[in-house]
Design a protein around this ligand. Sequence first.
Ligand SMILES: *Cc1c(COP(=O)(O)O)cnc(C)c1O
Length: 440
Amino acid sequence: MDDELARPPRDVGSADLQPIRLRELADRDPAAFRRLCFRLSRWPIVTAEDELALSEYIRSGPMSVIDPGQGVSGELLDEFQRRLGLQRSHGLTVNSATNGLHAAYRAVGVGPGVRVAAIGYTFHATVTPALDLGAHPILMDVDPVTGNLRYEEVLRTLDAHSDVQAIALNHNWGVPCADIGRIAELSRSRGIPLIEDCSHAHGASVDGTPVGGFGTVSVFSMQGKKLVPGGEGGLCFTDDAALHAAMLLVGHYGFGRAGTPEDESLQQTGLGGLQNRMHPLAAVLARSQLCRLDRVLRNRAENAARLREALREVPYLSFSEPPAAHRSSHYAFRARFEPEGADGAALVDVIATLRRAGAPVELDRGGPLSRKTIYREQIDSPVSRLDPARPLYTDHDLPNATEFCRRSIILPVFSRDPAVVGDTIDVIAERIHVSRKTMP
Ligand SMILES: *Cc1c(COP(=O)(O)O)cnc(C)c1O
């Protein structure tokens, strides 16, 4: 079968990727060069193997898997653990990480008025399921350089709020939280469950322990942009049989190879009353994509290293590299803007200059969760069960997360083989170097 990662996407000709052609395009039409970079970095990549796996499954079924431990769901859970080197006792497939996190929060007892110490900078779905349950999220600031949670911040928050009943974090942009081991230890010693959102970090690890091995409950997204895409879907893992059983009750009517309720009537209805099952075709696609995860991670790491190396001399850029014993999933490629190296130019102007030179760079328009209305005002909506007594935030809260975003320069991540994208990466770096001559 033809090897999709070893060639350009169908809408890019191999000849277009010759260095001379790349340079010519970037000179003549910088915007077209940037578009070429985005086509080359497009994700997910769906291959002929994926199509075959899907079409075979459509013919053979079954089209609904009731027990998430069985059939293609069970196979996906086992294969996922094996490939990542995870060794959790219980797994559960769900139709999204958001619903997986919702089930996890409910299983650990988060409900109206409960305080959750949550990372204040992440994709909102790390925390919104807790809000939906009526909890009070206490937003914690992050490290301004890595964007990840620090142990000291968690400790400070737990000491300031003795009634916190859950901790939640995300490994932002695939860089594993360097303090995750100590945070997990703190969670155990205080008896406060840790919800580990791993949705950016499939295959990342800390000192040999894979991300997903730390949380009381660990949740991965299989949404279309994530590293093991099923289109929509998620996986939850825990070592606690009771939590697994509780999550089965929230979204699977209690069906499962472990933790099946004794009471038949309970199994028929479930207590949670929700239906969060993963679509079997999503599981088939995710299982097929999983076969390439190692190679995709290797390619991303090699391509990122090449770009970082080529940009090392740029005085206004820096790169925070995780310790050698930590492995990133390279969910995103971000550089940090160093104003001292830019002769007083503002980042917006630097970005504009870079883009005019053809460099595919973007500003980070995100920010901490505290910028979202839902965390700033007691908004009312016909469906929300937001607790009116929950804490609210302003622009002054979470200054580190704000700084992290304000200083981020986002570049594309390339998943194809270095032999395919290497020359393009070199030309991107050239454009960035060249643009210094025309800096504002
Ligand atoms: C994508 C994502 C989610 C939500 O995943 P879905 O499967 O789309 O519900 C949650 N947390 C983080 C950090 C994410 O990136």
